[in-house]
Design a binder for this molecule. Structure first.
Ligand code: HBI
Length: 100
């Protein structure tokens, strides 16, 4: 599996500074954000748009949805030796935030 450059500590810090609504997860190997919508229909519409973004960027979220809540975790499976944060995750977080 091709390896993708993992973010270093400084890059990770600036990612969080640029995206304050996201938090580190999985011991720094992922970022996570929870979204609360008005109802399931709104949540599903958001997820549909994220899905199109993910396919366009070839970078797919790990997510959970129950009714109007959506939790998205971003990590790069191909980063480093066993997955981690890459520039792809930052790009995807910015694109997802742009949908709101
Ligand atoms: N999505 N989150 C995530 N991480 C990846 O490494 C990844 C992906 N989607 C597709 C993808 N990689 C392709 O480049 C293949 O490696 C599957």
């Amino acid at each position: 599996m091709p390896s993708v450059a993992e973010l270093n500590e400084k890059e990770r810090e600036s990612l969080l500074a640029d995206h304050p609504d996201w938090e580190l997860a999985r011991e720094g190997k992922a970022i996570k954000r929870t979204f609360q919508f008005g109802d399931f229909s709104e949540a599903w519409g958001f997820m549909s748009r994220v899905a199109l973004l993910a396919d366009a960027q070839d970078h797919h979220p790990e997510w959970f949805n129950v009714y109007a809540k959506v939790e998205i975790t971003l990590t790069t499976h191909d980063a480093g030796t066993s997955g981690g944060l890459s520039q792809r995750d930052a790009t995807m977080a910015r694109a997802i935030d742009g949908l709101l």
